[in-house]
Design a protein around this ligand. Sequence first.
Ligand SMILES: [Zn+2]
Length: 312
Amino acid sequence: MDLRPLARGVYACLQPDNGLGTSNSGLIDRGGGLVVDTFWDLPHTRRLIATYERVRRDPVRRVVNTHHNGDHCWGNQLFPGAEIIGHRNCAAAFGRERPEAMQALRSGAGSGDPTLETFARLLADWDFRGIELTPPTTLVDDRLVLDLDGIAVHLLYVGPAHTSGDVVVHLPAEKIVFAGDVLFRLCTPIGWDGTTARWIRALDEIVELAPDVIVPGHGPLCGVEGAREMQAYLRYVESEAKRFHAAGLTPLDAARRLDLGPYATWTEPERVLFQIERVYRELRGEPYDAPLPVNALFRDMITLRRERRGDA
Ligand SMILES: [Zn+2]
């Protein structure tokens, strides 16, 4: 794990992009300490804590979850006594994904089903045992402003973009934004509840904050060009998906046809299937939070991965 000083008392902890779940976190070492996002399992979160202990010995008083996906909050229980802060919709969606279900998938090797075998391999670095879901109890609606002993921390609601509970953490004086999964950098985004237009708008809202540094939910640090590039990706996939929808293609066939162009080098390109499905959901006139067919999407995504790579 890579600890990066960003400003006086402000750090990012970046995980190398090893695919599914390798998210980033932040530490503000002032005013009792605040951590932005924990990791997907307890072993990785213990390593996160050990990494932060290189610069801060005392336990932090606050944890902010940018949204409810497990790779940003399933380590919350390792911050006992900390105030857990998140958007109201983040707290409401907590538990929609279950650690036991992920552990069962991770243990799926040897099942004989090639999709399950591949999925188990993708999860091999993770251990979801022992996780007790610890949702936010301090809830954000539109915004919450904290003063950490002189560092102003603004929690801003920008959803529903990647999920219905997306919060970004803005440090105006330091010109830093912790974007959560509103921004994926050089890796292919997956979105859940939200619309393409709202996601593009949320990225605009980040750009309008004029940060010097953005810590994305996944991938390396960037500036506003990272947000701009992801907007271009979303616009491109949307226009292509509309064309394929009009031609009657299934999302899987649309993903097979879609030429990713410059985005083909982003990691996990097969995740484009999720974005195509979200566009199709909008074209069907369904609400932004209509459940995605998650199991079928993962199955088709792994099919795509195997087709593209010629391997598992
Ligand atoms: Zn994530």
